[in-house]
Design a protein around this ligand. Structure first.
Ligand code: NAP
Length: 305
């Protein structure tokens, strides 16, 4: 029977997501070594029991090497260096990357005799802290069984969807929905406010209704009080909508709502609204509606804490 200390874990990437995920493994007592390009960002993980290494190469002898960076190019860069000398038994790649990128990675790792799981996630850093992160995983079932206890420690568990890159498609579909839903939520929230009702009152009703969701609830404080601390950047969301549109072209599926949402997001990025959360789509929607939007300064629940 496997325990959480059986495997020597390596972790690449301590950004918003990677940090919070690695922290759960470290706090769970795992044997965990972490590397981040900006080392200082990873250092606080040592308080939770992780070891922060100086060189990527030090992770090459991990049993399971997790990767959580930004784009496929970044994944290629970090793995190129991490696999320079040694060879981990398994790589679990959690960033949101394309189907093609993931397949390229699988071929490369297979040629080196390294097992590979494609394991993108749903949830932001706050969701991870609340223990509600979920993984969607594809690759060899035996590799999944080995990695599963660690995936479970990072949230509410994982869904195994089959061989190859199937999980990438599931994640791309998920984030397309994220983009389309936030845009729609911003549209209707501005409509409700322009018609005369406070945003918090409208969203309270929506969140209690059948249309309310964990997502609409945890975005409510941002939409009510205009707190746009980044959970996910507009550029990363644009990347995911582009991945969705590419997949739609590849499989011959029209995606009209995704196209429109992608263009709106591009308009926002073109206006220089890049450094705050993707939910600043609300501000652009208000500007386009001639609405002078202001924080309501009302305490509202995010449904997580
Ligand atoms: N945020 C979310 O809500 C969310 C949810 C689900 C999935 N995702 C996906 O998760 C991934 C990470 O997102 P995030 O929000 O954590 O992003 P982030 O906060 O911007 O962190 C990005 C991480 O990647 C590292 N990195 C980027 N390029 C690199 C390179 N060329 N070489 C080495 N390291 C590099 C960064 O290192 P530095 O610290 O040195 O910059 C940082 O550790 C993305 O693929 C994103 O689409 C995000």
């Amino acid at each position: 029977m496997q325990t959480h200390t059986d495997q020597k874990l390596g972790w690449i990437g301590a950004g918003r997501m990677g940090y919070a995920m690695a922290e759960r493994l470290a706090k769970g007592g795992c044997d965990l070594a972490v590397w981040n390009r900006t080392r200082e960002k990873a250092l606080p993980l040592e308080k939770s029991g992780a070891r922060v290494v100086n060189q990527l190469e030090e992770l090459s002898t991990s049993d399971i090497l997790f990767v959580m960076v930004s784009t496929f190019d970044d994944v290629k860069q970090v793995l190129g260096r991490a696999l320079g000398k040694g060879k981990p038994k398994m790589v679990v790649e959690c960033s949101s990357i394309s189907l093609e990128g993931s397949a390229e990675l699988r071929a490369l790792l297979q040629s080196k005799g390294i097992e590979y799981l494609a394991a993108p996630v749903s949830g932001n850093a706050k969701v991870i802290k609340a223990g509600k992160l979920t993984f969607v995983v594809s690759g060899p079932r035996s590799a999944y069984e080995t990695a599963k206890p660690y995936l479970d420690m990072m949230g509410t568990g994982s869904s195994y969807v089959g061989e190859g890159e199937l999980s990438r498609i599931a994640k791309i579909c998920h984030n397309v929905m994220l983009g389309v839903v936030i845009q729609n939520l911003c549209e209707i929230t501005v409509l409700a406010e322009k018609a005369g009702m406070p945003r918090h009152a409208f969203l309270e009703f929506l969140n209690k209704s059948v249309m309310g969701s964990m997502f609409t609830r945890y975005k409510t404080p941002a939409l009510v009080n205009l707190d746009f601390h980044v959970t996910f950047t507009p550029k990363l969301l644009r990347k995911d909508l582009d991945l969705g549109l590419d997949a739609g072209r590849h499989f011959g599926v029209p995606m009209p709502l995704t196209s429109i949402t992608r263009d709106l997001l591009q308009q926002m990025i073109g206006r220089g609204m890049t450094e705050e959360d993707f939910s600043t789509l609300l501000v652009m929607q208000a500007q386009n509606s001639d609405l002078d939007i202001k924080p309501e300064n009302v305490q509202v629940s995010d449904g997580l804490s």
